[in-house]
Ligand binder design. Structure first.
Ligand code: PHE
Length: 380
């Protein structure tokens, strides 16, 4: 029985436990449900805000315009994902253990580099590709099997490097470094950012892995390098040289917005989402509790001296930081002109689950104090 089929870019993929015709499909429900979410296209989401901030850097600092792509289908062929960027046939990243296969010839892209070749062939020489990428990996606070990358690619022609007296590769490498240092300054402004350089071997090619050093922490956020000549040669640019980088957006966003756990990016919780604002990179995330709230309602006829602030002070006096919110949920005036209020108190700990018993005791104390200190008679 077909429960759910998603069609993306003309390719159909079936959900986890559906009977599939292709045994090579190893995309589980958890991953399936992330397809099409496009966090990077939400202007109010940290990933979208960061994307736009990087766009702004490229728009204002370069004379040649970078073409931007953020809607390329994450389902790509094995050829696009691996062959086109020269991943050896026996490389471990091609395994079912490392990559999500939809069928034997189609994968969920494991990097935005999967689009380099086609964009080059279409004639683009300066481009940025942003998208969701997928890797089977261990999970901790900075690793998640779906994340977002931005690929940068810039092609140079001989009339650009020749006057410099440098060879083509050194020229491109210098330019890449300048470009990334400028980007780091643009994003981090006041924060001290140092730049590290390490030779790393990831996937297929050797490339320079730059790290940003932000507030004493080294953070590996991108891979980059001067592109192998073979990629340019195969895609119609035999006489050029190019650099490329692949930036991990979550890692950067975690530092920029003080987001402590990578799972939060996928949260639909208003308390997360509502903290961010389109165009604002400087906002620091304020953690909220992951434990469930407990609600208690309380109603009474108010008197002349009643104020909400007084009520809140009394409640906080009893419950301390266990009270998360006090809200007026009903407000009603009768014919005699008496007004009744119903308040809902949300109790929630930042550190632990509260027991019913504890909350009932608290609520009992709160009621008693409210009656005594505010001279109110509470309804049952
Ligand atoms: N595609 C590489 C990765 O995902 C990153 C990268 C992009 C490295 C471009 C070099 C050039 O790990």
């Amino acid at each position: 029985p077909v429960v759910s089929i998603l069609e993306l870019g003309g390719v159909k993929i079936a959900k986890d436990d559906v009977v599939r015709d292709d045994p090579t499909n190893n995309v589980p429900d958890t991953i399936f449900s992330k397809l099409g979410m496009q966090l990077h296209r939400r202007n109010q989401h940290p990933i979208g805000i960061l994307k736009n901030a990087i766009y702004e850097y490229f728009d204002t600092n370069f004379s040649s315009k970078f073409d931007k792509f953020d809607d390329l289908c994450p389902l790509v062929s094995v050829k696009q994902n691996f062959d086109d960027v020269l991943v050896p046939a026996d490389h471990v990243s091609r395994s079912y253990n490392d990559t999500y296969y939809v069928d034997s010839q189609t994968v969920l892209r494991c990097h935005t580099s999967a689009h380099q070749a086609e964009l080059l062939r279409e004639g683009h020489t300066h481009f940025l590709v942003t998208g969701d990428v997928y890797r089977r990996d261990s999970i901790d606070s900075t690793h998640y099997p779906v994340f977002h990358q931005m690929e940068g690619f810039r092609v140079f022609s001989p009339d650009e490097w020749e006057p410099s007296g440098l060879d083509a590769t050194s020229y491109a490498a210098e330019d890449l470094k300048k470009c990334l240092e400028g980007l780091a300054r643009h994003l981090f402004e006041g924060d001290i950012v140092k730049f590290g350089k390490q030779l790393k071997y990831v996937h297929h090619f050797e490339y320079l892995g730059y790290e940003f050093n932000v507030k004493e922490n080294w953070l590996e956020v991108l891979g980059c390098g001067v592109t192998e000549q073979e990629i340019l040669r195969r895609n119609g640019r035999p006489d050029n040289v190019a650099w490329a980088f692949g930036l991990g957006l979550e890692r950067l966003a975690m530092v920029l917005f003080d987001i402590p756990d990578i799972r939060l990016f996928w949260s639909n919780d208003e308390r997360f989402i509502s903290q961010f604002c389109s165009g604002q990179l400087g906002i620091k995330f304020k953690p909220f509790s992951k434990y469930p709230p407990c609600y208690k309602d309380m109603s009474f006829w108010i008197n002349e001296s009643f104020t909400e602030n007084n009520l809140c002070e009394v409640i906080r006096g009893v419950a301390g930081d266990l009270v998360e919110e006090v809200s007026l949920i009903d407000n009603f005036t009768n014919k005699k002109g008496m007004t009744s209020h119903c308040y809902r108190i949300a109790y929630r700990s930042m550190e632990r689950s509260l027991t019913d018993e504890e909350i009932n005791d608290l609520q009992w104390n709160v009621r008693e104090q409210v009656q005594n200190k505010l001279n109110l008679v509470l309804d049952e």
